[in-house]
Design a protein around this ligand. Structure first.
Ligand SMILES: [Zn+2]
Length: 240
């Protein structure tokens, strides 16, 4: 995967953002676009990949804590090389720290990219926010499940017939698809985290893979009128 922008600002729940970031950088560095099992993917999970600088503050950031970052970006990269700087809790950047970052965020040296994470937009200085491509993860508290969600949580081919009947019976408008995908995403993300906690790696692998399929589906939303086909394909790709 090629990384599009020089600086991102992602807003959402801490754990969710951490996993989203891991999966994003895995897709950048892994030769198989984020297989989760190769040496690179493992190094990323364990935060020891050479291409990533990951900052986690204990409290408000100090200028001293940002020093390693400026040290890192002082090295010129080869044209093919990439280095990702992840700043957790960007809402804890003081004004002085934020100011020290502005130039780097706006025009990072060749090959360097920033990902800023924060639980909320309050506390992020507008000068920082305006230099980043922003993405706010949907809040998990505000949703009731879409009626088709159960078909996408069982991973069972046996419900395919029923699903097809459901989508033939009543057209699913495109805006509902986005909503359904959000629900799927949360469901599989939770299964993934749960499996990681239990040390159930086959389940983590499966849930992670499904989550990736859904994430890719979200990037390619159906054209008006093609939601039926979209849902059938999505069902098949996560079930088979
Ligand atoms: Zn990999």
């Amino acid at each position: 995967m090629t990384i599009q922008h020089q600086a991102y600002l992602w807003i959402g729940a801490e754990e969710e953002l951490r996993l989203k970031t891991i999966s994003f950088v895995q897709r950048i560095f892994c030769a198989q676009e984020g297989c989760r099992s190769c040496h690179t993917c493992k190094a990323i999970i364990e935060k020891r990949h050479y291409g990533i600088t990951w900052l986690v503050p204990e409290n408000y950031y100090t200028l001293k804590q940002l020093e390693p970052l400026f040290h890192v970006i002082s090295f010129a990269l080869d044209p093919q090389e990439k280095h990702i700087i992840i700043i957790e809790r960007a809402d804890l950047l003081t004004t002085a720290c934020a100011n020290s970052l502005l130039k780097s965020l706006e025009e990072p040296p060749q090959g360097y990219h920033f990902i800023l994470l924060a639980p909320r937009t309050e506390g992020i200085l507008p000068t920082i926010a305006s230099r980043c491509v922003k993405d706010e993860t949907t809040s998990r508290t505000s949703s009731t499940a879409h009626r088709l969600l159960p078909y996408f949580t069982q991973l069972s081919v046996s419900v395919a017939g029923e699903l097809i009947k459901e989508i033939e019976k009543e057209r699913v408008p495109e805006h509902e698809i986005a909503y359904l995908l959000d629900g799927c995403m949360m469901y599989w993300h939770d299964r993934f985290v749960e499996a990681l906690k239990k040390g159930d790696s086959p389940m983590a692998q499966k849930a992670g893979a499904v989550r990736d399929i859904i994430e890719r589906a979200r990037e390619k939303m159906p054209m008006p009128g093609s939601s039926k086909l979209f849902l059938k394909n999505l069902f098949l790709s996560i079930t088979l």
